[in-house]
Design a protein around this ligand. Structure first.
Ligand code: NAI
Ligand code: HPV
Length: 389
């Protein structure tokens, strides 16, 4: 029986992937084998000795201490693209909210009603303060052309916008999905200098943290409108407050409000609703649960952010799953120990991702725990699992 801890509310469709005969799932299990999480902050989380995998039902993994996980041989999964449509739709809404003063106007109407005014009359007199420009014919810069950025860029062309996309690591899949109407910007400066609207779709990493700062905004057009449905930390809030006050930035729509940014003029704050649709919640939960199940039961890895993709058909009695440092001699050490113990390898795959590697060895006969323990004791080995078919 595998114990799975949930750190956020996970869609029941996902939980139903983990059948009750093999998985015990709840928010209070102890010594868990796996974790299902959305945005809960895990940086201070104490891993149980048993913990083998964390599945993030969503895209961003900046709430998970990835380095600490890799060191401990814990596989971290996410669900690429599973909530992209929901974010794309919210991005269209955010572009409109950045332009048309919809939220400010709606709040004003309610205030008028609350103050006893005849709303039908005052709206016609008061509406001129909420005039805002159309999107059609304007320039949009999309920073990050992954699952979400590509969809946002493509749909914006249909709204009549001229779209520039920037992504120095553009994948082949993303390039193939991108509309031919989207122009590729080769640097951020092109986006900053030319665009009337800028929307962020990059992960929050040490490189992207604070990228929208005074220097970046200095290059932008006066009255630029910025949309951030990616992560709050991408924007330097102090610099943004100054730019909003001066009018350099005409509107800032963020899905990541905090007390500081809420003080700003023309801030539209959304309570992190990018992926909050039943469809997305279900897609993400199902994908995350399937990834977790396949890893715990079969040692297969798909959509991990810290380990390589490795899916191997079973071809034997026992399977050794070894997470180790990606260093010379690691595989020779493992196979050396197996042959010393007279274990015949039926099938074996090794894949690496940056500093870590994963080796799956299928053997024809049952392998003893002693062999697994010997591999565990090798230098650079982070985790060894022994599975029996
Ligand atoms: N508001 C919400 O509820 C949601 C927010 N997000 C956020 O959006 C981000 C993007 O999500 P996806 O598109 O699904 O991820 P993705 O991994 O498909 O795309 C991210 C893209 O950013 C690019 N990138 C990385 N560093 C870059 C840089 N310095 N400059 C330009 N491009 C860079 C990558 O090459 C990749 O193509 C997530 O990391 C997450 O933080 C994602 C889903 C929901
Ligand atoms: O997938 C992401 O990166 C998100 O930001 C969505 O977060 P959530 O699952 O709604 O807490």
């Amino acid at each position: 029986m595998f114990r799975i801890k949930t750190l956020n509310k996970i869609s029941p469709a996902g939980l139903s992937v983990l059948d009750q005969t093999r998985f015990s799932v709840s928010d209070d299990v102890e010594n868990e084998d796996g974790i299902l999480v959305r945005s809960a902050d895990m940086h201070e989380y104490q891993f149980s000795d048993n913990l083998r995998a964390i599945a993030r039902a969503g895209a961003g993994t900046n709430n998970i201490p990835i380095d600490r996980c890799s060191e401990a041989g814990i596989v971290v999964f996410n669900t690429p693209g599973a909530n992209a449509n929901a974010v794309k739709e919210l991005a269209v809404c955010a572009l409109l909210m950045a332009s048309r003063k919809i939220t400010a106007g709606a709040e004003w109407v309610r205030t008028q009603a609350g103050a006893g005014a005849d709303v039908e009359k005052v709206v016609e007199k008061g509406k001129s303060q909420f005039v805002g420009p159309e999107l059609s014919g304007k320039m949009l810069g999309v920073i990050g052309l992954g699952a979400i950025g590509v969809q946002v860029a493509n749909i914006a062309t249909k709204l009549g916008m001229t779209v520039f996309g920037y992504d120095p690591f553009l994948s082949v899949d993303a390039a193939l999905s991108l509309s031919r109407l989207v122009h590729r910007a080769m640097d951020l400066e092109t986006i900053y200098k030319n665009c009337d609207y800028i929307t962020l779709h990059v992960p929050q990493t040490p490189e992207t943290r604070g990228m929208i700062n005074e220097d970046a905004m200095h290059m932008m057009k006066g009255g630029v409108r910025i949309i951030n449905l990616a992560r709050g930390g991408l924007v330097n809030d102090d610099d943004m407050l100054v730019a909003l006050e001066s009018g350099k930035v005409a509107a800032y729509v963020t899905d990541f409000p905090n007390n500081k940014i809420l003080q700003g003029k023309n801030v539209v704050a959304i309570p992190h609703l990018g992926a909050s649709t039943p469809e997305s919640e279900e897609n993400c939960a199902v994908m995350a649960a399937q990834e977790l199940k396949d890893y715990l039961e079969n040692g297969n890895i798909k959509n991990s952010v810290n380990l390589p993709t490795l899916v191997q058909e079973w071809s034997g009695e026992s399977r050794l799953c070894i997470i180790h440092k990606n260093v010379p001699g690691a595989i020779a050490n493992i196979t050396g120990l197996l042959s010393k113990d007279g274990v015949n390898v039926e099938n074996m795959t090794n894949k690496s991702k940056k500093e870590y590697a994963y080796t799956v060895v299928d053997v024809g006969t049952r392998v003893s725990q002693t062999v697994a323990d010997e591999i565990r004791a090798l230098d650079g080995v982070c985790r060894v699992r022994l599975l029996n078919h």
